[in-house]
Design a protein around this ligand. Structure first.
Ligand SMILES: NC(=O)c1ccc[n+]([C@@H]2O[C@H](COP(=O)([O-])OP(=O)(O)OC[C@H]3O[C@@H](n4cnc5c(N)ncnc54)[C@H](OP(=O)(O)O)[C@@H]3O)[C@@H](O)[C@H]2O)c1
Length: 326
């Protein structure tokens, strides 16, 4: 452990897609971590990323990556439908794992991986990068500076037609979109409000069998009220509104923050330099991962598999009452 404190931590990447590229750009800004190798299903894609980011090693398989690159930790960045199985496979290495979300396309899959990781005692972190947005930290701090947080409202309108139009996602992933992607915004209910004590949810389906129209009311442990809405076939997108005492913080789009005050004045908050230069939240979550690898402790606001499972279960509660639209 002492040796780990003295040098950058060696990280191996599995998966060579769009998000691996974003992580590599963020890694370049986090000197605590050093990318030492990559493996992926299609070797040529791993080679292209290795050339672009000067990675010293392209390995044939995750096993070869661990053997040849001798990483201190692994980042699993593969397609949503492959995440759960690869996460289970990677537990065998006993190395700390950073896992992109979603770890599983159902609550059951997420449970299986979380249970296996807990049994093996493998330190882990799931990539809910929005939790690390600098504008969220600043905006929440400004609300709390004036008193209590009173309400958390989240709009999670997915762009379903666009997601289908890209041709990048399998039907299995599109069908499970509530877990595959909508968990980003659903997780923000827990991030700002804590574990909801009561959830009253309605869901209906225009096209997606698990639901694409959502309205839910929530009560959080501090007594705050919350809401979640999502209309996946209507323009809107993602947004968060935090209500405080004489102040409202609105994040719409999520990467921006506009504060409104009781006297009618407004203020706009700017993201920090890291969030402005690479995918927002990515450097923050990488620093949190480095701390996890060094200390074995995952500090808030990061989520491990057990935390991610709670978000998956909340998503499950939001779709449970789904009915077809007449
Ligand atoms: N946090 C965020 O904001 C965010 C944003 C986007 C995506 N993501 C998540 O990041 C993950 C990757 O997304 P992406 O956009 O990078 O997808 P992508 O561009 O399709 O890349 C996925 C990569 O994983 C590889 N792969 C798939 N199955 C594999 C397996 N069994 N073993 C080894 N490699 C495998 C693919 O290989 P091939 O080249 O052979 O296909 C590809 O290189 C997804 O789980 C997604 O949900 C997170």
């Amino acid at each position: 452990m002492t040796a780990l404190l003295d040098r950058p931590l060696r990280v191996g990447l599995i998966g060579a897609g769009l998000i691996a590229r974003q992580h590599l750009a963020a890694l370049a800004r986090v000197p605590e971590l050093q990318a030492v190798g990559i493996s992926s299903r299609t070797r040529s894609k791993a080679e292209a990323l290795a050339a672009e980011f000067a990675l010293p090693l392209v390995a044939e398989s995750p096993q070869a990556l661990v053997r040849e690159a001798r990483p201190d930790a692994l980042m699993v960045l593969v397609s949503p439908q492959a995440m759960a199985q690869l996460a289970l496979d990677c537990l065998d290495f006993g190395l700390p794992l950073f896992l992109e979300k979603p770890v599983g396309l159902s609550v059951e899959q997420a449970e299986e991986v979380a249970l296996a990781a807990a049994k093996r005692g493998v330190p882990n972190m799931v990539g809910f990068n929005r939790r690390h947005y600098s504008v969220f930290q600043q905006g929440l701090a400004r609300v709390l500076a004036r008193g209590r947080l009173l309400a958390v409202h989240v709009e999670g309108s997915e762009r379903m037609q666009a997601a289908r139009g890209t041709g990048r996602f399998t039907e299995e992933v599109l069908r499970a979109w509530i877990f595959a992607n909508a968990t980003h915004t659903i997780d923000l209910l827990r991030h700002f409000g804590g574990e909801p004590e009561e959830v009253c949810a309605f869901a209906s389906s225009l096209h997606e069998p698990l639901g694409d129209q959502f309205a839910a009311a929530l009560r959080f442990p501090g007594g705050q009220l919350g809401s979640f809405t999502g209309n996946w076939h209507s323009p809107g997108g993602w947004g968060v509104v935090l209500k405080g005492e004489g102040v409202t913080a609105e994040f719409r789009p999520l990467e921006t923050c506009r504060l409104s005050f009781a006297d009618g004045s407004t203020e706009t908050l700017e993201p920090d330099a890291d969030d402005a230069l690479v995918k927002p939240g990515f450097t923050g979550q990488l620093r949190a991962f480095a701390d996890l690898v060094r200390t074995g402790i995952l500090a808030p606001p990061s989520q491990d598999l057990a935390g991610a499972l709670l978000t998956m279960r909340l998503a499950g509660r939001l779709i449970a009452p789904v009915r077809p639209l007449p």
